[in-house]
Design a binder for this molecule. Structure first.
Ligand SMILES: [Zn+2]
Length: 320
């Protein structure tokens, strides 16, 4: 493939309430979950997140602490409801960005259409959600478009849904949108990069999620050098020892000059992490405690701003 010698112009970011210039996104949580309907037939341990007033309260607090934007990582078929995202965004004044794509198989009923379709049909569906609107919003007066693609890898390549991966790659290639890739604790990170770049995706279209669960600094630097964005989110997951893994990883990446390759998030799919629902740190922890800690460590302001939103905003706009 050929690379254009001219950097592409920034695209507006597609939020559930319309278009915004990327410079206006402010503090942005790069990976979260704001609404998950129960999914009949899915794994009984699948998270459910549908208490509107409590979620709204968290969003208002997020906004009060200085947070402005959040990427919602729940795709169609596993509990997404774009109409609820619109209502939450309007009521809280937080910009929400919805996704198309697919999550792990266990979050769907076993006979979900995605797992039996070919790549072309899957690509067409993702493109329609990017261009026309999220499936569940099409019948409303103002359909909401997806602003990015989110997909999920399983822990081994053999278990990944290959037609869906190929369909997502084609949709990202055609539309040039950002693709967030859920990894199982960082597994298959290298494989996924090679796979998607071979299919024509640019490194700056790829975000590898949950990479701090595999805090191998050598690997992170290599991926950063390629131009991939790495998403970290175990701040409140004690089993991953954030004080010995995540925080030193952030420091090493910043010290190595890679603050432009890290995006921070709190990924509260597990509702115990929500403050008003589960007594956890809550959505407001990113602009709150986490930002305070970044200040306390003494990271330069540009690095903090990049990791707290600038990096993901530029990627959403299609620029480096
Ligand atoms: Zn997630």
């Amino acid at each position: 493939m050929t690379f254009s010698s001219h950097p592409s112009a920034p695209r507006p970011v597609i939020t559930v309430q319309g278009l915004l210039p990327y410079e206006s996104l402010g503090i942005t949580d790069a990976h979260n979950h704001l609404w998950i309907e129960p999914v009949p037939g899915a794994d009984p341990s699948s998270p459910v997140l549908n208490q509107f007033h409590l979620i709204l309260k968290e969003l208002v607090e997020y906004r009060d602490k200085g947070g402005e934007t959040i990427l919602d990582c729940q795709p169609e078929g596993c509990g997404r409801d774009g109409n609820q995202l619109v209502a939450l965004s309007k009521a809280s004044k937080v910009n929400l960005i919805a996704c198309t794509g697919f999550h792990r198989k266990k979050y769907y009923p076993q006979n979900h259409w995605l797992w039996g379709e070919g790549a072309q049909k899957i690509c067409d569906f993702f493109c329609s959600e990017l261009e026309q609107g999220l499936f569940e919003t099409l019948k409303t007066p103002t359909p909401v478009k997806a602003g990015f693609i989110k997909i999920a890898l399983e822990s081994t390549w053999a278990n990944c849904p290959h037609a869906a991966l190929e369909g997502a790659a084609s949709a990202a290639f055609k539309s040039k949108v950002l693709m967030e890739v859920h990894t199982e604790k960082g597994a298959l990170a290298e494989k996924a990069c090679i796979y998607f770049m071979d299919l024509g995706l640019l490194p700056n279209q790829l975000v590898l999620c949950h990479m701090d669960k595999r805090p191998d600094i050598g690997l992170h630097k290599e991926l950063a050098r390629l131009g991939i964005l790495l998403e970290y989110d175990t701040f409140y997951r004690q089993k991953y020892n954030p004080s010995t893994n995540l925080w030193p990883l952030i420091e090493q990446m910043v010290n190595a000059g890679f603050s432009d390759r890290v995006a921070l998030a709190t990924d509260m799919a597990e509702t115990e992490l929500y403050h008003y629902i589960g007594g956890g740190a809550g959505l407001a922890s990113l602009p709150g405690e986490i930002q305070d800690q970044l200040n306390k460590i003494g990271f330069p302001e540009p690095a903090r701003k990049q990791m707290l939103g600038g990096n993901i905003a530029r990627r959403l706009a299609g620029i480096n």
